[in-house]
Design a protein. Sequence first.
Length: 86
Amino acid sequence: LTLTQRLNITAAVIVTTPQELSFADVVRGVEMFDSVNVPCVAVVENMAYYEVDPAEQFDTAQLEKAMEGALAEKGLLENKNGETSD
């Protein structure tokens, strides 16, 4: 937050992993940048695949759907035409 107030940052790119805790951090990051008027131009998932213990598996489709919903709500999700949803 301090860096965004002291530096002339024109945009933010948030890098995340497909874990649920990381999704919560993305939401907080987007909200923080919104509060200082720095637009988030992209959210990048750093790991498209990783192995987990079979006993600890979770529904990645549900997590992906939740992330898409949050990104669309913030206007950061592009549709098939390359336009952002508002």
